[in-house]
Design a protein around this ligand. Structure first.
Ligand SMILES: Cc1ncc(COP(=O)(O)O)c(C=O)c1O
Length: 384
């Protein structure tokens, strides 16, 4: 086999964390080494330092780190006293954690439809979901828009709807920290924002982690208490039922180093998304970023005519190119989640997207020759 043939067949990673490790050099190893030296593994100085930097990065008054994106969502709902009899409106076309936290607290997720172009919650359907909740004898308390695949939800109509109905908005930005909506970074919309630092996320650590952002001082205090077993003035003064929800110091140290290169990585992801757009827009439905939005491209997800997706995935796999389906089953069709109410008008778009979407390799270190190989392979597969 000649060199060219070998390069053409080399497997391509879906997300290349090893390439990022090479770019970071020894910085992460040294940062972790400092934690190993001072031994403050829980709530060490890096945790506070990271929180200060995260808050500064997005302009929120408070950043509270925690154990995962799921716990970030859960801590906000716990702090707001969400429980049985309450309804929380969320999209069905999302990762299960969005609705899981609602159900864990004994409250009821009510599913709203998403937009066909942005894949994010549709405000008109969210309004219908509120009516559906009331018809079911539930008290609508909150809306959780999701910034799917790194693209911000359309906050203006959602915030207006929430204000007019007396609900709060919890932004599920697990996939989208670093993105902006109408010039403002996520972390500053609604009552609170939750994000995830799962390794595959645009800003990921080397394990599980998450954060909550809010401008509300009282909410921030309650969340900090809940994060450590509901502590009061000290840790053996327990004033509420809480949990073990802290971010490890080692993960904070990793994130401090990764945050230093995050802006350049966001720019690289955007450049890569534009190249995909140019290379694929005539053969697939490519993601559109509405004017005034900036995505962090957690995924680059295209849509194909029904029935074409499996053939594309198989053809790409044969060429060493991985793909992923986010999400093959919308929540209202999932065994654990299908008993919850659906907004009047139904969820036809969510069902269609679940059949048609497919995500291509996307990360900040996808170089042009490799991306050209992916684009050419997609074009070949779709032409046949
Ligand atoms: C939309 C959404 N919400 C919540 C989460 C939960 O984050 P974590 O995996 O950090 O708990 C994820 C993670 O994949 C997600 O994609």
């Amino acid at each position: 086999m000649n060199q060219h043939a070998r390069l053409d067949a080399a497997p391509i990673p879906f997300i290349d964390l090893a390439a990022q490790r090479r770019r970071l050099g020894n910085t992460v190893d040294e940062a972790v080494g400092r934690v190993l030296a001072h031994c403050q593994f829980v709530m060490g100085p890096e945790v506070r330092e990271l929180e200060t930097q995260l808050a500064k990065f997005c302009g929120a008054r408070h950043a509270i780190s925690c154990s995962s994106g799921t716990d970030a969502l859960l801590l906000v709902l716990m702090a707001k006293g969400i429980g049985p009899g309450d309804a929380v409106i969320c999209p069905s076309f999302t990762f299960c954690a969005t609705a899981e936290v609602v159900a864990l607290l004994g409250a009821t997720p009510v599913y709203a439809e998403v937009s066909e172009t942005t894949f994010n919650i549709d405000a008109a359907s969210a309004r219908r979901a509120i009516a559906t909740a009331r018809k079911n004898g539930l008290k609508p308390k909150a809306i959780i828009p999701v910034d799917l695949f790194g693209l911000p939800a359309d906050f203006e109509p959602i915030l207006e709807l929430a204000a007019s109905e007396g609900l709060f908005v919890l932004d599920d930005a697990a996939q989208a920290f670093g993105a902006t909506y109408k010039g403002r970074p996520l972390g500053t919309f609604g009552l609170a924002t939750a994000t995830s630092f799962f390794p595959a996320k645009p800003l990921g650590c080397y394990g599980d982690g998450g954060a909550i952002f809010t401008d509300d001082d009282a909410l921030a205090e309650t969340i900090k208490s809940l994060r450590v077993h509901g502590h009061g003035t000290d840790k053996y003064d327990n004033v509420r039922i809480g949990m073990t929800g802290r971010l490890d110091t080692i993960q904070a140290a990793v994130l401090i180093e990764k945050l230093k290169i995050f802006s350049t990585e966001i720019a690289a992801r955007d450049r890569i998304a534009r190249r995909y757009h140019a290379g694929l827009k005539d053969v697939a439905i490519v993601p559109e970023v509405p004017a005034g939005y900036a995505s962090v491209w957690a995924q680059y997800t295209i849509r194909l005519a029904p029935g074409r997706r499996d053939g594309l995935a198989t053809a790409l796999k044969a060429e060493g190119i991985p793909t992923a389906i986010y999400y093959p089953i919308p929540l209202h069709r999932q065994v654990a989640y299908r008993s919850y109410p659906v907004a009047e008008g139904g969820l036809a778009v969510s069902e269609r997207l679940a059949q048609e979407v497919i995500s291509l390799p996307m990360h900040a270190y996808l170089d042009e020759p490799v991306q050209d190989r992916i684009i050419a392979a997609v074009r070949r597969a779709l032409a046949s």
